[in-house]
Design a protein around this ligand. Sequence first.
Ligand code: T4K
Length: 414
Amino acid sequence: MEIDNDMKKSCDELALFGGTPTFSEKLHVGRPNIGDRDRLMQRINDLLDRRWLTNNGPYVQEFEQRITDIVGVKHCIAMCNATIALEIAIRAAGLTGEVIIPSFTFIATAHALQWQEITPVFCDIDPQTHTINPWRVEALITPRTTGIIGVHLWGQACNVAALTEIAQRHNLKLMFDAAHAFGCSHQGQMIGNFGDAEVFSFHATKFFNTFEGGAIATNNDELAAKIRLMKNFGFAGLEQVDYIGTNGKMSEVSAAMGLTGLESLDKFVAVNCSNYRQYQRELRDIPGVKLLTYNQSEKCNYQYIVLEIDEEITQVERDRLVKILWAENILARRYFYPGCHRMEPYRSYFPHAGLLLPETESLGKRVLVLPTGTAVGTEEISKICQIIRLVVQYSYQVKERLAYKVNESVHSNK
Ligand code: T4K
């Protein structure tokens, strides 16, 4: 490892050991990207003047059209968030019984099923891509299985071809939780076009946001029509209800934010990409610290800076590193630790699920997500990388200091 002579801190100066934090303000993962404020305010004024605030207003319609064009898909139905969008897509596609999903995902993927009393059956992941391992799916199929939901984690596509083949052979529905994958492609085609339907999230923490929001993309006319009704209580006319429905509508103010954000989409991606490249350069030669690589031949939003910490090599556990970073006001996240199967109610329902999820269990202990987006500058990224380098370079001193700190607090509590 290259020795960094400019290293600003020594081990003893780390904030966890009483030094001054590197940042005076907290650096978050998931700071929202915000487009042109004047354009946003103009749009908000327009919608107020129009007095049309929700229920399929003109901004929502324009927003849906823009997403449809970007994704190159037949239908986009905008929603209030991706969790409700998942629930509606699941219901509209007729999923029941058991549905196979990865455990290594945000809890919403599992909850969207369980909320409707459909059992999520957790499948292990491919440790290279962090996405569902199709070769493990087949063993989980039972007579109650009705579908598979892959998750394009970090914006990286699942093995779509293998999942499609398995779904077709077993007559299962196939959907994708594409919450991370807006603006990403797979084999040259934009994500949003695969399976029966795909669901995007436009939550504040995503690289492109509508405050809260999401959308279902599908090329299936019948499914799209059903979803449109279901997200509006099932209303097919003023006084005619065709299905059980809910309220999944996106509001005009969210669509105004979305339309404004779309005008800066290329900039958001460019900033994320440049941040990613800087992390790549500055973390490159730190042993045991691996940055997730994105497929360069695909479109990518570079929304997540994902590290895997191999503690056998770094000699510092991921969790200790997280503690050190938090003390420096770098709020790194352990997404998606500990895996859905270790969260309630699934932990109680399936207490031994972990036995079938060795890669999920192992990855959950290694992953670390760092701040990026327009709220993070090059200087900040350099400082974050310097701290990580320092901790790994002086892992033994760090361990000693931590042990001393624990001892100290044990004695002071006596
Ligand atoms: N499927 C997958 C695979 C997902 O990752 C998600 C959501 C969903 C489905 C469901 O999508 P939505 O229903 O949310 O549309 C955050 C987000 O809330 C969640 O949307 C996202 N995935 C998940 C990966 O991250 P938390 O629990 O980490 O949120 P929170 O409040 O800790 O926010 C993260 C950081 O962002 C904080 O450190 C502060 C910062 N932040 C947050 C907000 C809301 C800001 O700086 N400004 C803000 O306005 O889940």
